[in-house]
Design a protein. Structure first.
Length: 102
């Protein structure tokens, strides 16, 4: 079975590769950059990603007074398996409200 999400990412990568070749005339197989220069490129891309995340977070704060997901979104879900999950950097064990905590 083919995963549509994987296929979408592959398609986007191919399009990005073609765009990069048109714009820069080189791909990642180039040999004119040092490891340090590759790391600089990566760092710049990650900094851009952090700015995009911050922008979206601020938009979400402006559009709602409540985070999109919280413990209450998990506590009564029928398929919830009571396993520990990562939420805002902290591991918590969210159990259904009608179950006793051990």
């Amino acid at each position: 079975m083919v995963d549509k999400n994987v296929e979408n990412v592959v398609t986007q990568l191919r399009a990005r590769e073609q765009q990069g070749m048109r714009k820069y005339g080189v791909n990642t197989e180039r040999t004119d950059l040092s490891t340090l220069e590759w790391l600089q490129h990566l760092q710049e891309e990650l900094m851009d990603a952090s700015v995009y995340i911050e922008k979206l977070k601020n938009e979400m704060k402006e559009n709602t007074t409540r985070p999109p997901y919280g413990p209450e979104d998990f506590s009564n879900h029928e398929d919830f398996d009571n396993s520990e999950i990562q939420y805002h950097g902290k591991t918590k064990n969210y159990k259904r409200q009608n179950e006793k905590n051990d």
